[in-house]
Design a binder for this molecule. Structure first.
Ligand code: NAI
Ligand code: MG
Length: 372
């Protein structure tokens, strides 16, 4: 029996291209692992009315880690229109598998390292090395949303928000409500993850990103939790910034930041910003980390216009493999893989289209595998 069981979830679109590239690298690394394919993605929504079928949920309950490519998502009505005819009358509602996966397996830590590898022509500035911890299960992504708004909720909201309720006089179908729900324990554990990381890797500072001056209840709770947790890590500096100012400061001087931690939505925003500073979607890797399971993925989507062309950059996915190796405790292999990626970037003779070259997805993977 292999040492590790890894769920292999290509999804659709370029998810298939980049996971094929990841396999080239993993074969070279010679990890003692069994890779078990799981069905997920658009095709299964259309055929079965579920983009994340129960059999795949079951598979994830029984693996050490998962590597996920990307999946196509569409708005509810557009999704319904593409269902197989026999499913049309069933009132099925499309829900993003990755969001479901994060909640179902409590993958509370969305970890996104953003490092500018020397010589990458897409670097915003050389030397950037940021790590973003994004809370991954609550906040505005709690899924508690109303459109149209139920009468009871409308009455309650009108009662408690008077006299500042511009919506109070509107018909119920003329506004919508999405709930931002943040718990103390949920905030504490992501903040602790950021500080533990800083401690382990000798990082100097953790910056807490919020908007507590306006969103007082939820972001206030997050910020208070951060101050409490920070007290247990006296050797690490903590500071904080409002999400809006943060985007500006990050662009102005990324070197004044180190480790960033934020509630779900702000974390989503700053991790895309940070990813763009180190090369964009072809370089953005992430881990969705829980207690028992972790799912690693490139942050990009399924890029349908490039699907099956083996044109896109697999580095994001290969760096996700590196994260997976570290998580499994295979840190020597993880470091060697990162060195191989860095060497290929520095040499610059193999580059995919986004880097200004014409190497294919698989050429890039082979070049990296050759350096391992
Ligand atoms: P996308 O990330 O799929 O692609 C946007 C553009 O970025 C592409 O057209 C391409 O020019 C570039 N790009 C993406 N990945 C690249 C790579 N590895 N190398 C080089 N260039 C790359 O975002 P888009 O077009 O907004 O969404 C397409 C579909 O993907 C949608 O259905 C969306 O819902 C879904 N999506 C899925 C995600 C996931 O599976 N985790 C995340 C984001 C979007
Ligand atoms: Mg995003």
């Amino acid at each position: 029996m292999a040492k590790y069981r890894i769920a292999w979830l290509p999804g659709d679109g370029i998810g298939i291209d980049v996971l094929e590239a990841a396999k080239i690298v993993l074969d070279k690394i010679n990890l003692d692992a069994e890779y078990i394919h799981g069905d997920i993605g658009w095709e299964f929504w259309c055929k079965e009315g579920d983009a994340f079928p129960e059999r795949t949920v079951k598979l994830l309950k029984n693996v050490d880690a998962a590597l996920f490519g990307a999946i196509t998502s569409k708005p509810v009505k557009a999704a319904q229109a593409e269902l197989a005819p026999e499913l049309q009358s069933k009132n099925l509602v499309y829900r993003s598998p990755i969001v479901r996966m994060r909640q179902m397996f409590d993958l509370y830590n969305c970890l996104r390292p953003c490092k500018a590898y020397p010589g990458n022509p897409l670097n915003f500035k050389e030397g950037i090395n940021l790590v973003v911890f994004r809370e991954n299960t609550e906040d505005l992504y709690s899924g508690v949303e109303f459109n149209p708004v139920p009468r009871e909720l409308a009455d309650l909201l009108t009662k408690i928000s008077k006299p500042f309720a511009p919506f109070a006089s509107l018909p119920l179908d003329q506004y919508a409500v999405s709930c931002k729900i943040n718990t103390k324990s949920g905030s504490e554990r992501i903040i602790r993850a950021a500080f533990d990381f800083a401690r382990k890797f000798h990082r100097k500072k953790v910056t807490v990103v919020h908007k507590a001056n306006v969103v007082r209840a939820t972001d206030g709770l997050f910020f208070e939790a951060a101050k409490e947790v920070a007290g247990q890590y006296p050797e690490i500096k903590m500071d904080d910034a409002n999400i809006d100012a943060m985007t500006m400061w990050l662009l102005k001087n990324p070197f004044q930041y180190d480790v960033l931690v934020a509630p779900n939505l702000y974390g989503d925003i700053i991790s895309d910003l940070c990813a763009q500073m180190v090369g964009g979607l072809g370089f953005g890797c992430s881990g969705n980390i829980g207690i028992k399971l972790a799912v690693f993925e490139p942050t990009h989507g399924s890029a349908p216009k490039y699907a099956g062309q083996y044109k896109v950059n697999p580095i994001a996915t290969i760096l996700a493999v590196k994260m997976m190796l570290d998580w499994l405790g295979e840190t020597t292999r993880g470091s060697r893989l990162e060195d191989a990626v860095a060497a290929v970037i520095k040499e610059g003779s193999v580059r995919t289209y986004d880097m200004g070259g014409n190497a294919s997805t698989l050429d890039m993977a082979k070049a990296i595998a050759d350096k391992f």
